[in-house]
Design a protein around this ligand. Sequence first.
Ligand code: FES
Length: 318
Amino acid sequence: MYSTLYIKIRRFDGKKEWYQGYHLPYEKGRTVLWALTTIREQMDPTLVFTSACRHAICGSCAVTINGNAFLACKTSLDEVLETFQTPHLTFEPLKNFEVIKDLAIEWEPKMEKMEKVKPWLLPAEDGSKELGFKQSEEDYHQIAAPTDCILCGVCTSECNQLAVNDGTYLDPFILNRAYRFAVDSRDGSPEQHIQPVFENELWKCLHCMQCVSKCPKGIPLTEQIAYLRQESIRMGEVNNQGARHAFAFHDDVRSKGRLNEMTLPIKTDGLVNTAMRKVPFALRMIKKGKINPFHMPKAVEGIKGVREIYQYAKEVGE
Ligand code: FES
């Protein structure tokens, strides 16, 4: 194992950026936060980073290491070295955040964005459901996982949609917060949490699963996004690209047990849009032998079982 680490940190003083390197004697069993604290206390008191609880509770210490987000107090250096197989580590602030100084990021714009989903309990608009504090154990379990979120920002840093989005798409932790109140048995207006999510590009999640795989609390964010999509459809939001795509998947799998790649774009975007936007691409694919326009997929061998699953889902109301 390595006796010394070389840690390169991206610095920012509010105007200019640079990288600064530190040689740190390696001690087995230490955390990333220990490395940062040691550098600041023993080598460079000007280094800025945030931390408070040291117990994965306050969510303030997340940073990226070699491009991947980690909670510094919960992540051991042993794990990091095992992952990257090198003693050369680059520490940078979380991605998809404004940077204040060095590794410290700005949360204010994110909090303002989160207000869109009304992250608090709401009464029923028609007064049919009274707000109260009592909740059964079963109902509590619905909100237990999303309530574990500590707002560390790791999911935001890893989100590939946010990296390319114009700023409308909501951060994964905001989607989690919308879900948390929408499924709370004490909330009277779940649609008031879901509608703003729908209006802010809910269907643009890329399903890359990066948020789920990196969340230090193991929150199943993509399952929550699937729920929010399903509920937006139930609320009548069916005339959009995402919902049409979901219906096209659903219908293809029910009828053949597999997708028909040729008709999927037409069902999703309509004939005119597909002709205008996707035909040149499709022609290139045909030319390269990637797709065969005359191939009509037959039903898979187990189609009877597939249809039984659909029937069962219909009966249990899913
Ligand atoms: S210091 Fe609080 S979560 Fe790491």
